[in-house]
Design a binder for this molecule. Sequence first.
Ligand SMILES: Cc1cc2nc3c(=O)[nH]c(=O)nc-3n(C[C@H](O)[C@H](O)[C@H](O)COP(=O)(O)O)c2cc1C
Length: 183
Amino acid sequence: MDKVEVKEREVLLLHPRNTVIVTCCTPEGRPNAITIAWFTPLSLKPPLVAISVAPRRYSHDLISKTGEFVINVPTMDMLRQVWICGVKSGREVDKIKECGFTLEPSLKVRPPSIKECVANLECKVVNKLTVGDHTLFIGEVVAAKVAKGVFDGVFDVVKVKHIFHIGYDKFTTTANEVKKAGL
Ligand SMILES: Cc1cc2nc3c(=O)[nH]c(=O)nc-3n(C[C@H](O)[C@H](O)[C@H](O)COP(=O)(O)O)c2cc1C
């Protein structure tokens, strides 16, 4: 394969990436939402995940202060909201209102969950690491919910159209096919 060298924004070579909306709140309980493409599962037992958040984000302040966040899994019909939460700051606008989200109380953490999202993973921060120009918040999943009929241990990707960030304002989703691997 012929290659060309990439000398800036090299990490975009790891996109498209599954993209989520993380909810957090002030110590007084005022909610905010941020779009996050840099997140990863880390451990099954205990269930650990990590989100990478730049320190200048308003959400960075909130998660640092409260130690809690919720990962909400959006679907392709929520692309407008994903974009709003990814380009506007909660310091200036009420993104929850602008997105028209229906918030519902989470089971075990203070930040609310987004009802329109297909899954909600409630997390408590157990560790925090400075990683270059971002902070990695490692969260233990203390409660999780998923819409009925779309998940039996794995997602039905024909029914659920996850959002993947390609880069800049470009997004994609999964094809209507599931291939099984085998030797
Ligand atoms: C598709 C997409 C993915 C993003 N992923 C991240 C991310 O993983 N980490 C991050 O710090 N910012 C990410 N951002 C940028 C934040 O979502 C954006 O700066 C947001 O306005 C911050 O909101 P806040 O100030 O209310 O926290 C992403 C933006 C978009 C559009």
